[in-house]
Design a protein around this ligand. Sequence first.
Ligand code: OGA
Ligand code: MN
Length: 319
Amino acid sequence: MLTVTPITPRFGATCSGLDLTRKLTPAEVCEVTDAMDQWGITVWRNTGMSDADHVEFSRNFGFLERVPLREDTPYRLPFRELFDASNLNAQGDITNDPAAILYRKGDRLWHTDSAFMSLRTSYSLLLAHDVPREGGETWFADTRSAYDDLSQAMKDKLEGLIGVNSLWWSRKQAGADISEEEIDARPKAEHPLVHVHKGSGRKALFIAAHTMDVTGDIKGMDQAEGRALIRELIEHATQPQYIFSVSWNAGDMVIWDNLCSMHKGGEYDYTTRRRDMRRTTVREGTEPHQLETGDDPYGELFAMAPRVVDINAARAAGQ
Ligand code: OGA
Ligand code: MN
């Protein structure tokens, strides 16, 4: 039987009582989905899951995004459904590749996974394999309660506004040397700043470090005002009453629903401490088994993810 223990009054719960290494019954999958719909984030301690268990369990919730294979980047993990959120290279050693380090730095800004794709990510399931003794926690923010608590004037202002999201915008925020013209020339995805979270019927903000501009019914707002509004919303939604952090042990898993939360990685010494985290990612709107096989058409966008810094120049400069 599933036991659900809230972490904050409105957001986040620790779950126990289900063995996630075996195939769940439909009733059990419903219990997990109900817990997710209510709490947005569920924390599962000491799961004992293998990579294969992780992928199999994740398939209960829909079509899994796949990591594209890139000729120039060897892949460390056994399944393409596993996104590598570690600080390790393909050999399993701590990476000193400046591009990889910068890419991960983007994960330590408040974001929602895949906001930059036209079909978004619903659940992300992150499983810890090896964690540093200090730091490296993950933070979560409640975008439903943050919306609920906005003034009516702000809710009215957000009506009809659409966020423009780019993977490269978030990497620019993390320090990547990329111009706005280059970002503009690459794919972007538009999503309303406010949407109804299907599983709960509650409204939620949909914002991320990827959100670069505001469009839609902008009511005379210019670009600077749009960007200030995005910053204001992210600051609002990440105040202490909306957030909590999870400290990891190997074997722990957290499931977050990107459509009602934001998250970010905590700081840690990524140059000397190993942190091996692996993530499966469920595509929005593909709940149980609709599209379980076949290539994810959106993998293309990841395949295009450029080397956002000139690695050779960085190496030559001795970084
Ligand atoms: C992710 C992510 C943060 C972390 O895997 O999507 O943002 O703490 N991870 O590893
Ligand atoms: Mn993420």
